[in-house]
Write a new protein. Structure first.
Length: 260
């Protein structure tokens, strides 16, 4: 990778880890599009998962004691199953032939099933981020196990789990500390399951070969999490959130069309 690429990954990981403490989007949502600029979609998802897990392990040490055990178990156990299903499906999709190929000048582009599905998911979650707070989806407490299954599934398939998880947990009346800590523990479980499943396809081996980018991403995310915990927990940057959502939409379009 170029030095500029490594700097971009480090900067995004740092800023995203800060924002994830107080915004509706998470580290994986922001980091995946950057990794997609440099690596195949499966490897990019695996690398994002590794950085995401490392960051969650660190944040568990910061706020894990505030987690609500009943919520973690009630939501988290179905989420583990969902994560395995999503990660397994991603492995099956990655082996499919391209849906369409076309040329731009001397370059050949292809629209593959896995790129198209991940792009559509990115678009869906970006649109979700753009909705006003009073129009954000919320669900009843009775739907908690289903929410875990659904959140885990999308986490395993593309890494996008935070928005759905928040939509389900927000109705539980948790304190801010318990809400954040419970979400971190659930996300950590999803990361462990999906990375173990990705490993059977060889993606973890491919991801760890890109150790400079991974190392920078992990260190930057940990530093960002520390800054977010200490200084910026009460900030909500709605304009930044919208900018990021539009950026993700643009990246999803490029991915779906086979440009990246």
């Amino acid at each position: 990778m170029t030095t500029a690429g490594l700097i971009l990954i480090a900067a995004v990981a740092f800023l995203a880890a800060i924002l994830t403490f107080f915004s509706g989007f998470g580290l994986g949502t922001l980091l995946l599009p950057v990794f997609l600029l440099f690596f195949p979609v499966e490897v990019a998802i695996a690398m994002t998962g590794i950085v995401h897990l490392a960051n969650n392990l660190f944040k568990t040490g910061l706020v894990g004691r505030f987690a609500n055990k009943a919520v973690v178990l009630g939501f988290g156990i179905p989420a583990l199953l969902g994560a395995w299903i999503g990660a397994y499906l991603l492995g099956q999709l990655s082996g499919l032939s391209p849906l369409y190929e076309y040329s731009i000048g001397e370059s050949t582009r292809e629209i593959s099933p896995v790129k198209l599905i991940v792009a559509l998911l990115m678009i869906g979650f970006a649109v979700l981020e753009l909705l006003p707070e009073d129009r954000q989806p919320v669900f009843s407490k009775k739907a908690l196990p289903f929410g875990g299954l659904l959140s885990g599934f999308f986490g395993g398939l593309s890494g996008h789990q935070g928005a759905l998880r928040s939509a389900f947990l927000i109705r539980l009346g948790l304190s801010k500390e318990a809400f954040i800590a419970s979400g971190i523990l659930i996300a950590m479980g999803i990361d462990i399951v999906r990375l173990a499943t990705y490993g059977t396809s060889g993606w973890i081996d491919l991801a760890t070969r890109e150790w400079p980018a991974l190392t920078l991403g992990i260190i930057s995310a940990v530093l960002g999490a520390l800054v977010g915990r200490q200084w910026l927990r009460k900030v909500r940057l709605i304009h930044v959130q919208r900018f990021v959502a539009f950026t993700i939409l643009a990246m999803a379009l490029a991915l779906g069309l086979g440009w990246v």
